[in-house]
Design a binder for this molecule. Sequence first.
Ligand SMILES: C[C@H](O)[C@H](O)[C@H]1CNC2=NC(N)=NC(=O)C2=N1
Length: 153
Amino acid sequence: MKRKGKKPNLKLVIAIEMVDHIAHHCLFEFSDLSTKKCVPCNSEDLRPMTKEAANELIQKIPEWNLVNEDGMLKLHRSWKVKSFTKGMEFFQVVANVAEAEGYHPDLHLVEWNNVKIDIWTHAVGGLTENDFILAAKINGLKLHHLLSRKAVE
Ligand SMILES: C[C@H](O)[C@H](O)[C@H]1CNC2=NC(N)=NC(=O)C2=N1
């Protein structure tokens, strides 16, 4: 008599793994960073995330680059603005979001029309989820009217 259930059903195992993979992917895709809130950084438990975790999360904000400055991971993005004054307006729009979140980016205006933003968690000397949340919120801002049409980013 043929005994059932001894050998694992390979097709079933593969199917389960595929479903698991898709479910993980969907959860990752649909957990929207921009709807989250930054948390205060005064907790003793706060730790910088690993490079691996940062490499995973950066996929949600592909407009930003992961940079390593003196051993500290930061998020970086740059834009070209129409004028110095538009650069100041740009900063004000970003500052409004930062104040609403209680969380603050490093803002640079270089050579009058290059806006550069670094986001990192000063309190831990690296990245936390806050940085990705703020970056996603900045991505959602209407800034197009301030940008140079010739060379954006
Ligand atoms: C309590 C409050 O969250 C902290 O002082 C905040 C203010 N904004 C901040 N912004 C950033 N980028 N890093 C910080 O560590 C930080 N600390």
